[in-house]
Structure formats: structure tokens, C-alpha cells
Design a protein around this ligand. Structure first.
Ligand code: ADP
Length: 436
């Protein structure tokens, strides 16, 4: 290592050479010429090593520095030591990059690393099969020049990277890809794509199956209802026992009918995933009419239903679906609030960061919901108290329908409930769905 001692040694050596040559020059009476000759010799020696160093740095292929003694030897040793350190670091880095690439190649998904202006920097082999992106051939190209898809371009330009999105494969027909873009490293993005065609097909099969079974069940149920009505017609003299049996059968048929009806609505809402055709819906009128209809539903329990509905609120959406969602919330309040309870329905404009949104609320002072159930009640067939729900004619599908409808309408369901105190269900429409 070059240190202060080496500097002292360097000066000592210089002094020694000058003194020795001065002494010899003094002996032969050529003091100054001897000093000059030794200085020139020293200079030539240093220049020789400088030339050697420049040659080694720029032209030599050898990694070992030239051999030298004295000060130059120590300089070469220092350089060799620094080079070695850097070589070790490079090796470690290469190893890490190889590990990352092996990991990325082992992924079952396509992975593409993009710069902050969406230029391709690297991609794995799977990206070639799924997206047609070849590395290193396509490195340096903009990703949207290679994936030409309106949805992809929209997501890229709006930088809407929070959720995954689907596009048709640019290479194969009947193949759907799920894409996700996330920030990665410093000023970079990672695009991950996977083939979800199989999952989509299974999901479609499931939906079709439910829709078909529900549809097929409708005819036998109608036939059964017809026969029961015939049996129960006045003039047929059955004894009390049989009348009870028929009433039970009728009750169960009605329950099944409602379940099938709800299943059909749910599959219709689920299958209606593309919302190209939305209409201007007068939500104020829609809610007013539902409240009127619900007064009729409420005859048995005599709840006090009050409403505060702001006029002229228009939403872009599908009227039948919005009606189904709002009706479900009000009929749940009726079903889960004891007789003579209070139910308040309101529709109002609310301030949001992007403009004015709309809030539809149904508040009751019924049984309320325990906190552990709140997150699960929108799941299909989830009922807190099955026997109670059965008595109220509940199928466990109502809130599932609401959830699906809201997904299509840029809206969210907010549930505030306190066990034993009551519940408040609100639908909050984003300002983008509101027609001003
Ligand atoms: P259901 O057809 O059984 O009413 P939903 O999906 O509409 O199915 O509701 C799921 C569950 O959420 C219900 O079984 C009920 O326990 C609970 N629930 C819904 N609305 C209310 C409410 N207003 N008050 C109390 N519990 C409710």
C-alpha cells in the first residue's frame, strides 16, 4: 500500500542519488554536470515507466501490470490491487444479474422491464410466446409500438396501474392475457403478463351452467305452482292436515322461485360485463318509485319508512340493474328490522375529489350486523343466520347482486352497522357516473 512512509522513502532516494552524484562530481571536479547528468538519467527512467504504464493501460491485453522495481513497482502493485477489487465486484454483480434473470426465466409469466418512458429494456423468454417481444431484438422499442391494443394504450397513457387488466393476445386468437404493470427499481416499470384463457373459459362455463340450470328450473316450478293452485282452489274438500301440507309445499315453491329468480338476475348481471350501452337514468324517479312499491311490501310489519330524495339526479347506467340494487337494500332493511321499526331512505349529491358524486342510503334500526360478518355479507349465499334468513325468504344472493351491479356502475357499497342498533347501507356513485 502506498503511504506517507513511501513518500519519505521517495524523497530519501532522490536525496541519496543527488548526494552520491554530487560527491562523485566533486571528486572529479565536475559537481554541477554530475548533478545534471544524474537528474536527466532519473527523468529518463521515470519517462520510460510512464510510457510503459500508458502502453499497459491502453494497448496491452495482459491484466498483469509491467514489472518494475522501486517506486514504480509500488505504483503498479497499487493499480493491480484496485483492478482486482473491481474485478471481484463485477463478478459478484454478474452473478446477481444471472440469478435475477434465471429467476425471471423460471417464472410461468411473461416479464418485461420498461424504462420510465415505456421503452423495452429487457424481457424473458415467456414474453416472446405470450406477447411476441424478443430480447435483445426488441430492446429500445416503445412497448405500445409492439402491443397495439386500445385498452393497453389507455392504461399506459392514463398510468392506471393499480389493478390488472385484460387484453386479447396479440399473437393467438381466443387467448386472453391478464396484464399488470408495476413500478420497479428507480424510474422503471415491470410488465407481467399471464394467459388466463383457461380461467376465463371455466368462469364462463360456471356462469352458463348457473344460468341454464336456473332457466331450466323455471318450467317445473311453474307447473308445480299451477297444480298447487288447482289443488287449493275453493270447492276441493281436503281435511286440515292436507291443507297444511299444501300450504307448506306452496311456501317452499315460492322460496325456490325467488331463489331461481335471484340466480337468473345474478347471472344476467355477471354476463353483462361489457357496458358499452349505458343510458341516462333518472335515479331520483327510480328511488321514489321503489320507495312507493316498498310501502306495499311493508304492510305486515308496519315500519315507518321516511325518504329524503334530491330531485333530478341522473346516472349513466342500466336502469333495471340499478333498480335491482336499490330494491335489494330497501327490502333487506324491511326483512331485518323488527315490526314498527324506522327505515330512512335518502338520495343526495356529495362532494368528491373529482366533482360531485351521488349517495344513496338506506338506514334502519333493525338487528344490525356483527363486525366479523360485515366483510363477508356480499359473498354469494352468505347468510348470517340461515334459519332467520330462510324465514324472511332470503337467498343470500341479494347483496351479491348489489356488488356486481355497482362494479359495472363505478360505484361502491359502504356498510356501517352496529349489532343491536341498526345498519346503514350506502351506494356511492363516482362523479364520473353522474350526469350533471
Ligand atoms: P338475503 O337474501 O339472505 O337477505 P343478502 O345477500 O341480501 O341475502 O344479505 C346477506 C346477509 O346480510 C343476510 O342474510 C343478513 O343476515 C345480512 N343483512 C343484509 N341486510 C341487512 C340489514 N339491513 N340488517 C341486518 N342484516 C342484514
Amino acid at each position: 500500500m502506498y503511504s506517507n512512509t513511501s513518500t519519505v522513502l521517495l524523497y530519501k532516494r532522490l536525496l541519496f542519488v543527488l548526494l552520491a552524484s554530487g560527491f562523485i562530481g566533486w571528486l572529479f571536479d565536475i559537481f554541477w554536470p554530475a548533478i545534471a547528468i544524474s537528474s536527466i538519467a532519473l527523468l529518463i527512467w521515470h519517462y520510460h515507466h510512464l510510457v510503459q504504464l500508458a502502453h499497459w493501460l491502453w494497448q496491452s491485453k495482459s491484466i498483469n501490470p509491467p514489472h518494475a522495481s522501486g517506486t514504480w513497482g509500488r505504483i503498479y502493485d497499487g493499480l493491480f490491487h484496485v483492478l482486482n477489487k473491481q474485478r471481484k465486484k463485477q463478478k459478484q454483480l454478474r452473478h446477481r444479474i444471472r440469478q435475477f434473470r434465471d429467476g425471471a426465466e423460471a417464472l410461468p409469466d411473461a416479464a418485461v422491464v420498461l424504462s420510465d418512458d415505456f421503452i423495452i429494456e429487457w424481457s424473458n423468454k415467456k414474453a416472446q410466446n405470450l406477447l411476441g417481444i424478443v430480447c435483445p431484438g426488441d430492446v429500445g422499442q416503445r412497448i405500445d409500438n409492439l402491443i397495439r391494443n386500445p385498452e393497453f394504450t389507455r392504461v399506459l397513457y392514463q398510468q392506471a396501474f393499480e389493478a390488472p387488466f385484460h387484453i386479447d393476445s396479440p399473437l393467438k386468437e381466443d387467448t386472453t392475457l391478464e396484464l399488470r404493470i408495476m413500478t420497479y427499481g428507480v424510474d422503471q416499470y415491470l410488465l407481467v403478463a399471464r394467459d388466463v384463457s383457461k380461467l376465463n373459459r371455466l368462469e364462463t362455463m360456471r356462469r352458463d351452467f348457473v344460468a341454464n340450470v336456473s332457466h331450466e328450473l323455471k318450467t317445473p316450478l311453474t307447473v308445480m305452482r299451477g297444480y298447487i293452485e288447482m289443488i287449493q282452489a275453493p270447492g276441493n274438500n281436503f281435511d286440515e292436515h292436507w291443507l297444511t301440507v299444501f300450504a307448506t309445499i306452496e311456501g317452499q315453491v315460492t322460496r325456490m322461485d325467488r331463489l331461481v329468480e335471484q340466480l337468473l338476475i345474478l347471472s344476467k348481471v355477471e354476463n353483462n360485463a361489457t357496458y358499452d350501452e349505458t343510458y341516462r337514468v333518472n335515479l331520483s324517479d327510480l328511488v321514489t318509485n321503489i320507495v312507493k312499491e316498498c310501502h306495499w311490501l311493508n304492510q305486515d310489519k308496519q315500519h315507518k319508512i321516511t325518504s329524503d330524495i334530491a330531485p333530478d339526479i341522473y346516472i349513466s347506467g342500466i336502469e333495471t340493474e340499478l333498480k335491482s340494487a336499490c330494491t335489494n337494500l330497501i327490502s333487506n332493511a324491511i326483512a331485518y328490522t323488527p315490526a314498527q321499526g324506522d327505515i330512512q331512505v335518502s338520495l343526495e349529491q356529495v362532494k368528491q375529489s373529482m366533482g360531485m358524486g351521488v349517495k344513496f342510503t338506506v338506514k334502519d334500526n333493525g338487528s344490525g350486523i356483527k363486525p366479523e360478518h360485515v366483510n363477508r355479507i356480499t359473498e354469494r349465499f352468505y347468510r348470517i343466520d340461515k334459519s332467520r334468513s330462510r324465514n324472511t325468504g332470503g337467498s343470500g344472493l341479494g347483496l351479491s347482486i348489489v356488488k356486481h351491479v355497482l362494479q359495472h356502475h363505478n360505484a361502491e357499497l359502504v356498510i356501517n352497522s352496529q349489532w343491536g342498533v341498526g345498519s346503514e347501507f350506502s351506494i356511492i356513485f363516482s362523479s364520473t357516473s353522474v350526469i350533471q
